[in-house]
Design a protein around this ligand. Structure first.
Ligand code: NAI
Ligand code: MG
Length: 357
């Protein structure tokens, strides 16, 4: 390999996290051999189990380590039984990492791949859009800092001009460069909000329109979030890039996941100016943890996004192609709950085999 080894940090996480990350690391090994690049790995234990063991969800010096890395591959974290006295979960890293690393854009590609049934009338290739979720403000800014008495509780939804500008610019930049296209072939960014009801969302839309003027080559569209929920099921083929507030993006991306074969099909990248980390859209699935039932493609597709980000786009494409051919050739089949028929390991080997071809 001609370049410095890629410096990667791995957070295995909780529940199904370690199984999924193990699967993605096997794929990474094959991808590195095929793409002739070297890497080194550092593991950071973080999440709910780490909180239980040490009293901290993230080790004290971890943020610096993560910032210095070329990329971070993170498994899902959190366990519903590990909670603060106020009822919120103690093992989540969302706030710590997204704010700590200032990864303001959560990029969530939704693609219906060959051989996968998404429950709508669509076939492979027809659903292909990217949901960009603002990651540092919105309703989740008040995480843990809301006001609460036993009888009433209040959280705040904060939208800033600067926070909106940067994520909307990111979305338009993505629309310019990405490969997939909506059914009508028109490059477009859709702004999703509830500006009909809330001032915060009205500011989000106003800033969206201002930024859109910088990108005259990209079409725009506005949808209220409730209508967007409907349209993501009724006409997903029409979308290209969507950009939205943190909480709405959280909810709408799980909805989108249901149309492309379930949460196990969805990887994501948390992107900032300097740092980035990749993780599945879903959580730690304690209901199926440790049983080899989970679909690891979410973690493998997250790895592909991390490779893209690290400047190894060819390797990212190679991983995506291996996933697609494993599905197209029937080597991976998902049941109605989105679980692979042959278990987690069979998916890993199907993808690894195709990378070695
Ligand atoms: P979940 O996403 O973990 O699970 C929802 C459903 O999807 C479950 O039935 C699960 O079995 C299934 N599922 C999820 N991933 C799957 C996969 N790869 N293959 C097959 N089936 C899969 O959501 P839930 O149960 O609400 O949350 C569990 C924990 O995860 C909680 O502690 C939550 O706070 C945490 N969480 C962490 C996230 C993160 O680390 N980024 C994101 C979302 C939730
Ligand atoms: Mg979520």
């Amino acid at each position: 390999a001609s370049r410095e080894p890629l410096d990667l940090v791995v957070i295995p996480g909780d529940g199904i996290g370690p199984e999924l990350v193990d699967s993605a690391l096997q794929v990474l090994e094959r991808a590195a051999a095929a793409g002739d690049f070297a890497y080194r790995l550092t593991t950071v234990e973080a999440g709910a189990e780490a909180y239980r063991a040490t009293g901290r969800a993230l080790p004290t010096d971890a943020l610096e380590r993560l910032r210095a890395a070329d990329g971070v591959l993170k498994g899902p974290v959190g366990l519903p039984g590990v909670r603060h006295p106020d009822g919120t979960e103690a093992g989540l890293l969302g706030g710590l990492l997204r704010l700590g690393l200032d990864t303001f854009a959560n990029v969530r590609p939704m693609r219906l791949l060959p051989g996968v049934s998404g429950g709508t009338r669509h076939s492979a290739g027809e659903i292909d859009y990217v949901l960009v979720r603002e990651n540092t403000e919105g309703l989740y800014l008040s995480r843990g800092a809301g006001a609460a008495t036993p009888d009433a509780a209040c959280d705040q939804l904060m939208i800033t001009r600067a926070g909106t500008e940067r994520v909307v610019r990111y979305a338009f930049g993505l629309a310019r460069e990405r490969e997939g296209a909506p059914a009508d072939g028109v490059r477009r960014v859709t702004c999703v909000d509830k500006s009909n009801v809330l001032r915060s969302y009205a500011l989000f839309r106003r800033v969206f329109d201002e930024v859109a003027a910088e990108f005259p080559d990209i079409a725009t569209e506005h949808l209220y979030a409730d209508a967007a929920a409907h349209d993501l099921v009724a006409r997903p083929e029409c979308f290209d890039v969507l950009v939205t507030e943190n909480f709405l993006g959280d909810v709408l991306s799980d909805l989108g996941a249901a149309t492309v074969g379930g949460l196990g099909m969805c990887g994501s990248l948390n992107a900032g100016v300097e740092a980035a980390y990749a993780e599945p859209v879903h959580g730690s699935a304690p209901d199926i943890a440790g049983r080899g039932l989970a679909n690891p493609l979410s973690q493998i597709l997250s790895l592909a996004l991390l490779l893209d980000r690290a400047g190894l786009r060819t390797s990212g494409d190679r991983v995506r192609a291996a996933v697609e051919s494993a599905l197209a050739e029937g080597a991976v089949e998902l049941d109605v709950r989105g679980r692979p028929a042959g278990g987690t390991g069979s998916v890993t080997s199907a993808v690894c085999e195709r990378l070695a071809r």
